[in-house]
Write a protein that binds this ligand. Structure first.
Ligand SMILES: [Zn+2]
Ligand SMILES: [Zn+2]
Length: 239
């Protein structure tokens, strides 16, 4: 299996990432990717750009260097009711929303019950495409209760390759989540969360893990152009 799109990446706009949109698109083009989602951090992450940056993303062309550029954001799930730090009007304007929990933007008093509630509520937000790196050890949730709801509501459960790159202790959670996505028929996306060009599109560890557990390719939206286009059609995303 091979990635045909990277659906969670950052640029210098995040201020702790180091390549421009043009450089990221160039790298994606060199790798032969069909699509690239630029998803800089939303406003409550320290150093993140303000709403005007995201409101202006429409200035970017739909295709850059032959790659479909999704104008997106990585929203912070900012409370345990599943709210995100992106205005409703901006949510509707963007092509692509990854919503994630981060220790830096959510209080440290997470419990399985609170995170389960947050994800169940988040699953009802029609503008959210991807549930970002939910394998975090800090924000464990009731996988068996929530993953079927992600499946039912068409949310893409992200398996984030950075867990493997940094040898983080939540690799085991990612495997468990992937197995449950297979069991409940939840679609997934495999992303790098690249903060520079050198990791973009290179999710080798995750792809190997998915092969090991015999994960069905029909449930992965970004290893086949056909699967991704089908998802875009469903969500009225042009290409
Ligand atoms: Zn970041
Ligand atoms: Zn993140």
């Amino acid at each position: 299996m091979k990635l045909i799109a990277d659906l969670h990446t950052h640029t210098i706009a995040s201020t702790h990432a180091y390549a421009t949109v043009t450089e990221m698109a160039h790298e994606a083009s060199q790798l032969g990717l069909f699509a690239l989602a630029i998803t800089d951090h939303a406003r409550t992450m320290p150093g993140a750009p303000g709403p005007f940056y995201f409101e202006s993303l429409g200035l970017l062309p739909e295709y850059l260097q032959g790659v479909r550029l999704l104008r997106g954001i990585e929203a912070n799930i900012c409370d345990y009711d599943g709210n995100i730090d992106v205005e409703a009007s901006l949510q509707q304007q963007l092509d692509w929303i990854v919503a994630s929990m981060h220790t830096i933007t959510l209080d440290g008093k997470a419990t399985v019950e609170k995170c389960t509630n947050a994800y169940l509520k988040l699953a009802e937000n029609p503008n959210v495409n991807v549930i970002g790196h939910s394998g975090s050890e800090y924000f464990k949730y009731d996988y068996d209760k929530v993953i079927p709801v992600f499946a039912k509501n068409g949310k893409l459960v992200e398996i984030n390759d950075s867990a493997f790159r940094y040898g983080r202790d939540y690799v085991g959670n990612c495997v468990t989540i992937a197995k449950l996505c297979k069991k409940y028929g939840a679609r997934i996306c495999v992303d790098t969360d690249a903060h520079f060009t050198n990791t973009l599109g290179r999710a080798y560890n995750t792809l190997e893990m998915l092969e090991d557990i015999d994960f069905p390719e029909k449930l992965i939206v970004n290893t086949s152009v056909e699967n991704l286009k089908a998802y875009f059609d469903e969500k009225n995303i042009s290409y």
